[in-house]
Design a protein around this ligand. Structure first.
Ligand SMILES: [Zn+2]
Length: 440
């Protein structure tokens, strides 16, 4: 073998290795989770949305005077008008003065028997929702209703121990074997996430993350009385509710007192968490290492601030409640600045929003906590897509992705409250809100 041939073979082998590496990387990034419902197939036509300011969900500067072209359910082009060719047969939607964004993704949606809520959410721009703890069967009626609804990402009941806080939404797993069987059964039934609840012991959280991750499914958590740092080290991908960090931030002796009160009575958390948050010292030495861990592990945080909102003058709100909520906001801002991956979860029903608008309220509170409006938009689009593991097909407006859009009046990158001024909504290439009847 000549030296030349040998070098060529080495180069060839190197290329093959590189290709294998790329393939492995792709497999890891590939979407392994699916919604349980099938979005309506669009008519085989081409639509061009012309003249809108484009916020593509990835956090870059908005593109003024954009053109986005959709064929069937897919985006085929998205850029400034000067660089995109509009096919002559396209249905042209004039969108000057409007902003086009990816369909909103909600990481914390509860149905609670309100079958009208998914269509209402869709009309407000939310095109994907994830329920972090409900039997998959709880969605049968709305799925059979024939109404257009967001993409549904479900968990099955959350895994808890006795006595559960929400018996109707819980599955009791008492040991490792029951835990493994439960995780696998719910994934077999279509779960795209597994949720652990606060009575599940840490050892079983470990079993959940191992079992779910082996199936390519993420794990999220409501911790409350489980130390968040312990749970993150046990492998949870996400933490629901900012209150889940309380026990990891209090001095250990105080944390244990709160834990024992909730173990004795689940309902002790309702007032107890406000007392905890009013007392947390955000300058304590417990804060830094926890934030560092969250950032290093890439843990997603779904703060659901809107459900805890207490403002001065609210019925029953004391100074303690108001201070506690202000501290929750502050901690979200600190987490964001430390590099945490914040996502938007609405919790569906919250004190300071009318029915159907909890998601928009959460966006506003994320901005109040210190996120820029653009960061709040990313939290509700691309970051949630990464949390769900669907970012290869949803979460941003890019060629090749699915056409889930919301078109709003005004510029939400300057004023996040314009996310309430919905003009049109597209789901899987179909206009579901042709013109806004929802403006408020
Ligand atoms: Zn919830």
């Amino acid at each position: 073998m000549t030296v030349m041939v040998r070098i060529k073979m080495l180069i060839l082998a190197g290329c093959m290795l590189a290709v294998a590496g790329v393939t492995a990387q792709k497999a890891q990034n590939a979407s392994s989770v699916q919604e349980v419902n099938e979005a309506a197939k669009p008519a085989a036509k081409v639509t061009a949305i012309v003249g809108a300011t484009l916020i593509d969900g990835r956090g870059g500067a908005p593109i003024a005077d954009s053109v986005v072209v959709v064929a069937g359910e897919k985006i085929i082009a998205a850029s400034s008008r000067a660089t995109v060719f509009v096919p002559s047969h396209a249905d042209v939607i004039k969108a000057e003065g409007l902003t086009l964004l990816p369909g909103l993704i909600d990481s914390h949606f509860h149905l609670d028997g309100d079958d009208g809520l998914p269509p209402l959410y869709l009309s407000h721009g939310v095109t994907s929702v994830r329920d972090p703890g409900a039997w998959i069967e709880a969605y049968d009626a709305v799925r059979k209703s024939g109404r257009l609804i967001p993409r549904l990402f479900l968990a099955g009941p959350h895994l808890d121990n006795a006595p559960p806080a929400y018996p109707h939404d819980a599955f009791i797993a008492r040991d490792a074997e029951e835990t493994r069987l439960a995780v696998n059964r719910f994934i077999d039934q279509g779960a795209s996430v597994i949720k652990v609840y606060f009575r599940l012991p840490l050892g079983l959280i470990h079993v959940v993350t191992e079992t779910a991750h082996a199936r390519g499914v993420p794990v999220t958590s409501h911790l409350e009385i489980v130390d968040a740092a312990d749970a993150i080290r046990a492998g949870v991908d996400g933490v629901e509710h900012i209150t889940s960090f309380g026990t990891a931030l209090l001095p250990l002796r105080e944390a244990e007192k709160y834990r024992q009160s909730v173990l004795a009575d689940n309902n002790a958390r309702r007032e107890g968490r406000y007392k905890v948050w009013s007392e947390i010292d955000l300058n304590s030495p417990r804060v830094g290492p926890l934030l560092e861990l969250i950032a290093r592990r890439g843990t997603f945080i779904s703060p659901t601030l809107a459900v805890f909102e207490k403002q001065k003058g609210d019925a029953g709100a004391t100074e303690m409640h108001v201070r506690a909520f202000a501290q929750m906001l502050k901690f979200v801002g600190m987490a964001k600045r430390a590099g945490a991956r914040i996502v938007t979860g609405s919790h569906s029903s919250v004190p300071h929003a009318e029915r159907g608008w909890a998601y928009q309220r959460e966006l506003e509170l994320l901005v109040e906590s210190g996120l820029t409006p653009m960061e709040a938009i990313v939290a509700g689009t691309m970051e949630n897509a990464r949390f769900f593991r669907i970012s290869d097909r949803l979460g941003s407006i890019e060629a090749g992705k699915l056409a889930d859009f919301v078109l709003v009046e005004g510029d939400p990158s300057k004023d996040i409250s314009t996310m309430r001024r919905i003009k049109r909504v597209m789901l899987n290439g179909n206009w579901v809100v042709p013109e806004a009847q929802t403006k408020r």
